[in-house]
Design a protein around this ligand. Structure first.
Ligand code: G6Q
Length: 568
């Protein structure tokens, strides 16, 4: 237990420091330093990070830097980039950085340079995406492809779905892209209803090719195609696979020639840079896909080389550690003021919560401090009319990231000014709040009325109005002091999106190192899968089970209730 980071002197110093800072309001920190924006903002690779609206001082950063040093962050960054097997519970490297290693410097796995294989898959993706886009790749009846359907779930869905959505402005005009992940037949069924089998291409994306949801959806899609086209041979022209499991892809009936490979050193939620990005490349072109890789590589270089306190992902990671472990913040909001990033919060939910939702350290000890937060969010303007109330006046501390595009993908007069003014207004209001005096003055309640109440010198109407406003007063006060980061870029290009995604990936890595946990495994996903596999036969057999309970009484009761009411 002694090697828990929480037992080091810096941790104790941070606890003491938090006690002092907890009493300080962000508006006081700004009052103390008119250069606070200059002191607490940083630019790299087309991104500006303003972290001045955080409950930190330079002493906080010095202490957090010390903590990172105690956790050996710099050594861990080297290990990540050298391809060491830092995913220790699965004995694998975590080499998403190799997938976008545009410098092509050799990176070894088990003594072998993996860059030739990475580049070979990129070249195969180029040939295929070009062929689909220019109409050379045709369906079995000779028609050009118009619809791409990615069937995958988790890491084989969220990343490519988010990027494809975000870069809609770059889509090929003939092509439409669909992402089917849920095994509820409604997802695939609704999608198929919109498709013409002759012009549809299915991409089956599964690292393991054993994922129940994906295989059930893929089988149904395959059957639909064969039924519609009346020909099993059609599969070859309408199905491709992305996987690490060649044999299983063959068993499914997809020719390995039409398979795009990736490797066990690519984690699912870190895989959009690999062949899992194929739907992206088909939709936006391989050149633009490689721009995405270029952007990520640029951010990788920054992460690898910049000193800790001039390093954007390090700063963001340390600030998150500060709130989770020292302020006890349990949640974090992601608020894009860029509508094309609508799926970004859902993607980040997986990246952060699957990577940091752990309580056992790399060396097997149980942590005695809070780790990763619950991540949620929605595009900013929509959120303002929904959950921002809680951010402004609720009881939770909710650190939030504002992500702002200066320019939209569409140019309609008057829109972008509204987006930008709302974004800046919200982070300002969350930081400043509005105290009692300011509220009283905003409501125009005379100070003497507040002190003495109803007053003969005022008319009856005025007295009633001021009385009502005085009753409202506490409800209209805002404490402020809600911390936020603001990230700004000019316009969401593939390159900028690459930098943004790599920024968050590395930020998560920084947090994991500080907390001593492995961000690259996901054992927590296993148990539910196992239990589902024991329930499935009962549902398939459609037998009501009242004797010989194998599950808890609640689960058995629910099972019986459902089986009785199913339409046979
Ligand atoms: C991600 C997880 C998980 C995984 C899915 C799909 O990091 O491992 O979300 O991506 O379970 O797995 P397959 O790609 O193997 O189907």
């Amino acid at each position: 237990m002694d090697n828990l980071i929480s037992h080091c002197a810096t941790w104790a110093a941070l606890i003491a420091h938090q006690k002092n800072l907890a009493q300080v309001h962000l508006r006081d920190l700004f009052a103390l330093d008119s250069q606070r924006f200059e002191h607490f903002s940083i630019q790299t690779s087309g991104l500006l990070l303003d972290y001045s609206k955080n409950r930190i001082t330079s002493e906080t950063l010095t202490l957090l830097q010390q903590l990172a040093t105690e956790a050996k962050l710099q050594e861990w960054i080297v290990r990540l980039f050298q391809g060491e097997k830092i995913n220790n519970t699965e004995q694998r490297a975590a080499l998403h950085i190799a997938l976008r290693n545009r410098s092509n410097r050799p990176i070894q796995v088990n003594g072998k340079d993996i860059m030739p294989e990475v580049n070979a898959v990129l070249a195969k993706m180029r040939r295929f995406s070009d062929a689909v886009r220019n109409g050379e790749w045709r369906g079995s009846t000779g028609k050009t492809i118009e619809s791409i359907v990615n069937i995958g779930i988790g890491g084989s869905d969220l990343g490519p779905a988010m990027v494809t959505r975000a870069l809609k402005a770059y889509h090929h005009p003939r092509l439409r892209c669909y992402f089917v992940s849920n095994v509820d037949a409604a997802h695939l069924g609704e999608t198929l209803a919109e498709l013409d089998p002759e012009t549809t291409l299915f991409i089956i994306a599964s690292k393991t090719f054993t994922t129940q949801e994906t295989l059930i959806n893929a089988q149904s899609a395959r059957q639909w195609l064969i039924n519609k086209l009346g020909n099993e041979k059609a599969v070859a022209k309408h199905f491709v696979a992305i996987s690490t499991a060649t044999e299983k892809v063959s068993e499914f009936g997809i020719d390995p020639v039409n398979m795009f490979e990736f490797w066990d050193w690519v984690g699912g939620r870190y895989s959009l840079w690999s062949a899992i990005g194929l739907p992206i490349a088909v939709m936006i072109s391989q050149d633009n896909f490689e721009q995405l890789l270029d952007g990520a590589h640029e951010l990788d270089k920054h992460f690898e080389t910049a000193p800790l306190l001039k390093n954007m992902p390090v700063l963001m990671g340390l600030i998150d550690v500060w709130y989770s472990s020292f302020f006890g913040a349990t949640t974090q909001a992601i608020l894009p003021y860029d509508y094309t990033l609508a799926l970004f919060p859902a993607y980040l939910q997986q990246l952060v919560m699957e990577s940091l939702g752990k309580r056992i350290t790399r060396d097997g000890n149980r942590v005695d401090y809070p780790t990763g937060p619950i991540v949620w969010g929605a595009p900013g303007n929509n959120g303002q009319h929904a959950f921002y109330q809680l951010l402004h006046q609720g009881t939770h501390l909710v650190p939030a990231d504002f992500i702002i595009a200066i320019e939209s993908q569409h140019n309609l007069q008057g829109h972008q000014e509204a987006v930008l003014s709302n974004a800046l207004a919200q982070s300002h209001a969350l930081m400043m709040g509005r105290n009692t005096e300011e509220t009283q003055s905003a409501l125009d309640i005379p100070p003497h009325f507040l002190q003495n109440g109803a007053n003969k010198s005022l008319s009856k109407e005025k007295n009633e109005k001021f009385k009502a406003l005085t009753e409202q007063l506490p409800h209209r006060v805002f404490l402020g002091n809600q911390p936020t980061n603001t990230l700004v870029y000019k316009k969401l290009t593939p390159y900028i999106l690459g930098t943004l995604l790599a920024l968050y990936e590395h930020k998560v890595f920084v947090q994991s190192v500080c907390w001593g946990i492995n961000p690259f495994d996901q054992w927590g996903v296993e148990l539910g899968k196992q239990v589902a596999s024991t329930l499935l036969p009962t549902l398939q057999a459609d037998q009501e089970k009242t004797t010989h309970r194998r599950h808890d009484p609640s689960t058995e009761g629910l099972l019986n209730y459902i089986i009785k009411r199913r339409t046979k």
